[in-house]
Design a protein around this ligand. Structure first.
Ligand code: PHE
Length: 386
């Protein structure tokens, strides 16, 4: 009887103390860059399946769609915090969205972890906003080094989407690094949603560049590539992580064959044991090869869940103090050291940025499904000129 009572007491107290902790996942599930949201969400759900609790408390995912819009990006974060009472925000993908949403999270003192926003300003001067990926000075530098040293490119025309902080930033970091290496650069501009790029392509062709470098996202990059090839451009086409979606090939067709782009992960260049495990689990669950965004969504969730675990094991009573938990979690996320993720080992520094290698992929339009983004190389942090 006594034993029974004791068991009943332990069970009851566990139930009484165990809370449900909500993580708000804010992604572009519809609109212009919805492919990014869908891929990230797949990775997040897979990771949640792997670790659904933190220190005995259930973790619940609340998905909010930012509709690929800046205003909605801020609104969704506010809704997650005020209505859903989330402990943390996982998101967003586009840097312009993370900037808009991050301002809200910072003001309301709620930790936010972006899986994939690479513009430096996303975390700059903030205490609550961190990221699980490298930043664009590094990505742009890696592209410059790859173009100059591996491809022998000496002249580039950069296509910049003036509506995207990501694109404007990546353009500047690339140009700086490429010029430092001794290369020549010119620029042309466009806007998110544009369809006709013949004017920009015509200007670009007058410079006879060895390569064009597109710093925006896949919908426009696919069309720019098509129109550049139609107008007779035969040089290299390059881009950043914003090109990585199967839609690049769907929209671009043969014109995107051979494009080189920098990114965060390739299943063929599996960086860690966790990468291999991730690829296997992902294929089993979704019946297709994983993407870089899937890997980053997966890692971002686990970084938050493990930081929550550490905070609550040390101080279990914080489950009853939402703001105290948020504050402790924001700090603990920046205590992430050598976390073994699908996208590599992740250490988040005191500024909230991860330092990682850049992967280079090459598009092979005619390869079997799942192998069309082929591994072309890796650039490590120490190879970038400063
Ligand atoms: N780095 C991009 C940005 O900051 C987002 C992105 C990451 C897109 C990875 C695709 C893949 O806007």
């Amino acid at each position: 009887m006594r034993k029974l009572l004791l068991v009943a007491f332990v069970v009851l107290s566990l139930v009484a103390f165990a809370a449900t902790l909500k993580i708000g996942v804010v992604l572009p599930m519809t609109g212009g860059i919805s492919a990014f949201g869908q891929m990230t969400w797949e990775g997040v759900q897979l990771a949640h399946q792997l670790k659904p609790t933190a220190a005995g408390n259930e973790i619940k995912l609340v998905l909010l769609d930012n509709r690929s819009e800046k205003t909605e990006a801020a609104n969704a974060v506010a809704r997650a915090i005020d209505k859903e009472q989330v402990v943390a925000i996982l998101g967003q993908v586009a840097s312009s969205h993370s900037l808009a949403g991050g301002a809200v999270a910072e003001e309301k003192h709620v930790p936010m972890l972006s899986p994939s926003s690479t513009n430096p300003l996303v975390t700059q001067g903030k205490k609550y906003v961190s990221r699980a990926c490298f930043i664009d000075p590094f990505q742009g530098g890696a592209a410059a080094v790859f173009a100059y040293k591996k491809l022998g490119v000496r002249s580039v025309v950069v296509f910049t989407d003036v509506e995207q902080d990501y694109s404007v930033g990546l353009t500047n970091f690339f140009m700086k690094a490429f010029r430092k290496l001794g290369g020549k650069v010119k620029q042309v501009f466009y806007k998110t949603g544009d369809q006709d790029f013949t004017a920009q392509v015509s200007i670009a062709l007058r410079y006879h560049p060895d390569a064009i470098y597109i710093t925006g996202y896949y919908p426009e990059a696919a069309l720019i590539s098509r129109q550049a090839r139609q107008l007779g451009f035969q040089g290299y086409i390059m881009g950043g992580d914003g090109l990585e979606a199967p839609e690049l090939i769907k929209i671009g067709g043969e014109a995107v064959d051979g494009i080189y782009f920098t990114t965060h992960f390739n299943a063929r260049g599996a960086a860690t044991e966790m990468s291999k495990k991730f690829v296997k689990m992902y294929e089993e669950k979704y019946g297709k090869a994983p993407s870089a965004l899937g890997a980053l969504g997966f890692d971002a969730y686990l970084i938050i869940a493990e930081a929550l675990e550490r905070v609550l094991s040390k101080n279990p009573s914080l489950v009853n103090d939402l703001q105290g938990l948020r504050d402790a979690l924001a700090k603990e996320i920046r205590n992430t050291k050598n976390f073994e993720g699908a996208s590599g080992f992740i250490t988040i520094d005191e500024n909230g940025n991860a330092i990682k290698s850049v992967v280079v992929d090459v598009v092979k339009v005619n390869a079997p499904a799942g192998q069309q983004f082929d591994f072309a190389g890796i650039v490590n942090p120490d190879e970038i000129p400063r």
